[in-house]
Design a protein around this ligand. Structure first.
Ligand SMILES: Nc1nc2c(c(=O)[nH]1)N[C@H]1C(S)=C(S)[C@@H](COP(=O)(O)O)O[C@H]1N2
Ligand SMILES: [Mo]
Length: 442
């Protein structure tokens, strides 16, 4: 009996009749002729997918690369808890300090591709929405699997894009950690997407073969025809007259996509283009004079008291031996000046000229030449108040404990008395208000 029911539910029985019991409603959006736009159909879905896929590939790759730089280097500090299953892969990947711009470019690409994908993703969901209401809901095992994978795909894509945008806006209304959720959400998204692409590639090829790749874009509104209803559930059975041509629709979506992408690029490239980053969170504080560049967290917000950073401040060095240095002691050491970017994970970058003591010189003072790991602690008591640098970061001659920026002392908001600045390091690890450096051997 149960087997019969299952067979019928999945449409295995060639003579399947509707299951006994209350029948699904055949009203409103459940009726296929409810969806009347003549634009919907396999060609439009295929075109949008072809534009979406490369953006998502770039966004996913740069996201996972960022995870290596941002999280897996942190050892015990890792937000995602030491990387579990993937630990062996991450252990083999050592984020380099070689190219100072590496993280800025990676995060710039992540934001540009991610934001540019959003209008296309929304258009794609619009183009296939009749499928959400399909009746009967489950027709065969294959159909059930496909629908389950689509639920995962739509849910996970909305989740990663939504949490990503909220993070750029520094708004955390949810009760879970952003990094962990966005990271694991991405695995579900990518897995569901791979399955979807594999299943749908033949449909895409068919739509382009039958209708051409760009041919429908040449039709004006008057010559816009709907695609045949038997070509897909998304094509209308009772289309109304077109109110807009396909090329106007695709044009509007492209405009939104390029516009968002350019705004993200402006934030990442910075300098004179910065004001174009219209959707960057506003109301962020900028310092004055030489310290006039974006502050993510002010000294006040981090709970740093002037008394802690005054003349009584000492840098604690720990290694083969421990010692304490005042700010004047540090300024008396050989100083180095480097032009290096701060590249925030949120996609904005800013390049400044920093002066300070090379970290490897401080390691030598603590009796550790070429440390395997450098553990940094801030005066700030919070997760962001500590970080771990790897060997290539701690030993790069350009890596500094910065004391000055653009020729002036660091402002309290940019980390006075001293901050970390390392080539290609994600912004978040450039710890401000440093209190203690511990040079470690493996
Ligand atoms: N102690 C401490 N250091 C910190 C932070 C922080 O909140 N606390 N924010 C980090 C982040 S997320 C970034 S992007 C950079 C920003 O540096 P800026 O404020 O000097 O531009 O500092 C990093 N260093
Ligand atoms: Mo950041």
């Amino acid at each position: 009996m149960l087997i019969r029911l299952l067979q019928r539910a999945f449409g295995v029985d060639p003579e399947a009749r509707p299951l006994p019991g209350p029948q699904p409603p055949d009203r409103g959006p459940f009726r296929r002729d409810f969806w009347r736009s003549p634009l919907r159909g396999p060609w439009l879905a295929s075109l949008l997918s072809s534009a979406l896929l490369p953006l998502i590939v770039i966004c996913a790759l740069t996201g996972f690369i960022s995870h290596v730089a941002y999280d897996s280097e942190l050892g015990g500090n890792s937000v995602t808890g030491g990387d579990g299953l993937l630990a062996p892969i991450y252990a083999a990947l050592d984020w380099p300090a070689g190219w100072p711009w590496l993280y800025a470019v990676n995060q710039g690409l992540h934001m540009v591709s991610g934001l540019a994908a959003i209008p296309i993703l929304l258009a794609k969901l619009w183009a296939v929405i009749p499928k959400l209401w399909e009746r009967p809901a489950l027709r065969s095992l294959a159909h059930a699997l496909e629908r389950a994978s689509l639920t995962l795909l739509v849910g996970a894509s909305l989740f990663v894009f939504f949490t990503g945008v909220l993070n750029i806006q520094i708004y955390y209304p949810f009760g879970f950690g952003f990094v962990t959720a966005h990271y694991y959400g991405a695995f579900i998204f990518v897995a569901a997407l791979l399955f979807h692409v594999a299943v749908k590639l033949p449909d895409l090829a068919k739509a382009f073969r039958e209708r051409g790749i760009v041919a429908p874009l040449r039709e004006d509104r008057a010559s816009t025809r709907s695609e045949p209803p038997e070509s897909s559930e998304s094509a209308p059975t009772a289309p109304h007259a077109p109110t807009i041509s396909r090329r106007a629709f695709v044009g509007a979506v492209s405009l939104g996509s390029v516009g968002l992408g350019l705004m993200a690029a402006a934030q990442s490239i910075g300098g004179p283009l910065r004001p174009l980053g219209l959707l960057a969170p506003r109301g962020r504080y900028y310092g004055a004079g030489a310290n006039d560049f974006q502050v993510n967290k002010t000294a006040t917000a981090a709970g740093i008291k002037p008394a802690q950073t005054g003349t009584s401040w000492r840098l604690e060095l720990e290694g083969e031996r421990s010692l304490e240095l005042s700010r004047d002691d540090l300024l008396g050491l050989p100083l180095s000046t480097q032009r290096l970017p701060i590249a925030c994970v949120e996609g904005w970058s800013t390049t400044q000229t920093w002066t300070g003591v090379p970290l490897r010189d401080l390691g030598r003072l603590a009796g550790v030449e070429d440390a395997d790991e450098l553990f940094v602690q801030s005066l700030q008591k919070a997760v962001l108040g500590q970080t771990t640098l790897n060997n290539s970061q701690a030993s790069d001659p350009r890596s500094l404990l910065a004391l000055r920026v653009n020729g002036e002392d660091l402002s309290p908001d940019h980390g006075f008395p001293a901050r970390i600045i390392v080539p290609a390091l994600p912004g978040v690890h450039n710890t401000k208000w440093v209190r203690r450096l511990e040079f470690r051997r493996a």
